[in-house]
Design a protein around this ligand. Structure first.
Ligand code: NDP
Ligand code: GDR
Length: 371
């Protein structure tokens, strides 16, 4: 039985990857952070009580800033595969907390690689690094592929650039099976609530049920290549099953804007929107409603506005990936379209909003805030 260790197991990708590996028959270990409230919601459904017979899923307390802790867990678990998904993953937050982001995202990667080497596991343990399309930042070539030069535009991207190169360096220096997946944006109903897609699907679902009035966003012109997290974690595993380690771009090869994603989400709620105004004065107004999904709304309501608070000191305006290498070498193709993914996210958030609306109707206090 293969043994995998996942950092960031409580995050979006970590939870899907843990499910995927358990289905493949792996013993899966994950590192979770100590928090003052529960933070395992995304993996609670696969949690196995250690008192049960032959559990296959284990959680260890740990942190990417803690070398001795990482070394001890690696020594205990002796993993065949390490997936380093843990990170301070929010680009906007990295401008607020650049040093912490560097410590976790850059140094955390080094700590793990060095612990593998220190323990003499470098010939046994394969290493996957969660690299990112944010490395391309100010894009030098369209679409972006494995050979496109990097130009990171945030403390997050700069930290991830260190992690990318230290992974390459350990591969070249010590013959480790270590590789980078340069993943473009990928989303799901488990996406964190403050990333733009989830903020939109959740915000519009809440507005449709009368729980919120208006969604405030930053740059609606930004263009992204959005895929589904389920398709992308499959690829993370595939990258570690090759004869030799290589880096791959993982993307759909299609791009839409934030504004387009709002339109798609509204359509799933049977709302047609009219965008007017420019820059910070742009608004989206309800032009038409079909059915009773959005019963709290009337035609003419302004439900999206721009708030410059969400602009970034340096923006990544456009990202579009070329996944040809992954298709040709690994036979990987994304199976879920952005339209299908958006519909799944909206329906998931609509179900939650309907529950909250019902609670509110019966006098319970409902908190829907998210930045
Ligand atoms: P999430 O933000 O959903 O999950 C991040 C995970 O990292 C969480 O489990 C979080 O724990 C954990 N974490 C944060 N800080 C630390 C720390 N100091 N020590 C240990 N663990 C920590 O991210 P995603 O699942 O979306 O992304 C997974 C990885 O892929 C990240 O590295 C991200 O940067 C990268 N990536 C993501 C893309 C995307 O579009 N989703 C695209 C390209 C790369 P907690 O739950 O306690 O907060
Ligand atoms: P990104 O994702 O920065 O690409 O990083 P995010 O969803 O945060 O932003 C995408 C684009 O939308 C614009 N935007 C807003 N973003 C947020 N979060 N909130 C808003 O209100 C808003 N309005 C407009 C942003 O400016 C940006 O252009 C994600 C993360 O998962 C990273 O960890 C990962 O490496 C990259 O994707 C690939």
């Amino acid at each position: 039985m293969k043994v995998a260790l996942i950092t960031g197991v409580t995050g979006q990708d970590g939870s899907y990857l843990a499910e995927f590996l358990l289905e493949k028959g792996y013993e899966v270990h994950g590192i979770k952070r100590r928090a003052s409230s529960f933070n395992t919601e995304r993996v609670d459904h696969i949690y196995q009580d250690i008192h049960e017979k032959s559990p296959k899923f284990f959680l260890h307390y740990g942190d990417l800033t803690d070398t001795s802790n990482l070394t001890r867990i690696l020594k205990e678990v002796q993993p065949d595969e390490v997936y380093n998904l843990g990170a301070q993953s929010h680009v906007a937050v990295s401008f607020e907390a650049p040093e912490y982001t560097a410590d976790v995202d850059a140094m955390g990667t080094l700590r793990l690689l060095e612990a593998i080497r220190f323990l003499g596991l470098e010939k046994k343990t394969k290493f996957y690094q969660a690299s990112t399309s944010e490395l391309y930042g100010e894009v030098q070539e369209i679409p972006q592929k494995e050979t496109t030069p990097f130009h990171p535009r945030s403390p997050y991207a700069v930290a991830k650039m260190y992690a990318y190169w230290i992974t390459v360096n350990y591969r070249e220096s010590y013959g480790m099976y270590a590789c980078n997946g340069i993943l473009f944006n990928h989303e799901s109903p488990r996406r964190g609530e403050t990333f733009v897609t989830r903020k939109i699907t959740r915000g519009l679902a809440n507005i449709s049920q009368g729980l919120e009035k208006c969604l405030y966003l930053g740059n609606m012109d930004a263009l992204r290549d959005w895929g589904h997290a389920k398709d992308y974690v499959r690829m993370q595993w595939m990258m570690l099953q090759q004869d030799k380690p290589e880096d791959f771009v993982i993307a759909t090869g299609k791009q839409i804007s934030v504004r387009d994603f709002i339109t798609l989400s509204a359509k799933e709620l049977s709302i047609t929107l009219n965008f007017t105004g420019e820059g910070v004065d742009e608004i989206a107004t309800v032009a038409n409603i079909q059915g009773d999904n959005a019963h709290a709304l009337t035609v003419g309501d302004v439900i999206v506005r721009v708030d410059p608070r969400y602009f970034r000191p340096a923006e990544v305006e456009t990202l579009l990936g070329d996944p040809t290498k992954a298709k040709e070498k690994l036979g990987w193709v994304p199976e879920i379209t952005v339209e299908e993914m958006c519909a799944e996210m909206v329906q998931n958030d609509l179900a939650k909003a309907e529950q909250h609306a019902l609670l509110k109707k019966h006098g319970y206090k409902v908190n829907v805030s998210a930045e």
